[in-house]
Design a protein around this ligand. Structure first.
Ligand SMILES: Nc1ncnc2c1ncn2[C@@H]1O[C@H](COP(=O)(O)OP(=O)(O)OP(=O)(O)O)[C@@H](O)[C@H]1O
Length: 135
């Protein structure tokens, strides 16, 4: 089934010059870029995006991180895009993520893990409406 998913290429990837590397993996897989924009978000946008995490201990440094510099937000479309993107991203902790995944190949961190991908159709709908209300 064709799906859309919200992807963030996080500020660590932008700082490290890895946007092209990350994007090329999604494109090479066959996913289509429906929308893409570089943004430097404020704390309110971070809180809205991570609303299920705002009360957690790890959230304040996560908020500082995602607002620390520009990121690239995009909507990708393709067959089973939500699950496909999460498989390409790899496990949350870059130290444990499998080689061949973005995080497994390029991250050594649980926080600065380069990418975000929506985790369900409900999350994708909510996040796409938040980031790209015009879609
Ligand atoms: N224990 C932790 N310590 C520090 N940061 C964390 C921790 N757990 C999660 N994070 C950060 O919060 C983000 C969201 O956590 P979540 O559990 O939803 O992971 P995920 O679904 O793999 O990642 P994402 O939602 O970004 O695709 C992670 O990508 C990571 O940046």
């Amino acid at each position: 089934m064709t799906q859309r998913t919200l992807v963030l290429i996080k500020p660590d990837a932008v700082r490290r010059g890895l946007v092209g590397n990350v994007l090329s993996r999604f494109e090479a897989k066959g996913l289509t870029v429906v929308a893409m924009e570089q943004r430097h978000i404020d704390a309110a946008q971070a809180d809205a995006h991570y609303h299920e995490h705002v009360q957690k201990d790890f959230y304040p440094p996560l908020r500082d991180f995602v607002t620390s510099g520009p990121l690239v937000a995009l909507v990708l479309e393709g067959d089973e895009a939500i699950e496909v993107v999460r498989a390409i991203n790899g496990a949350t902790d870059g130290r444990k993520a499998a080689p061949g995944t973005i995080r497994g190949d390029l991250s050594l961190s649980n926080r600065e893990n380069l990418v975000h991908g929506s985790d369900s159709p409900e999350s994708a709908a909510r996040e796409i409406a938040l980031w790209f209300p015009q879609l």
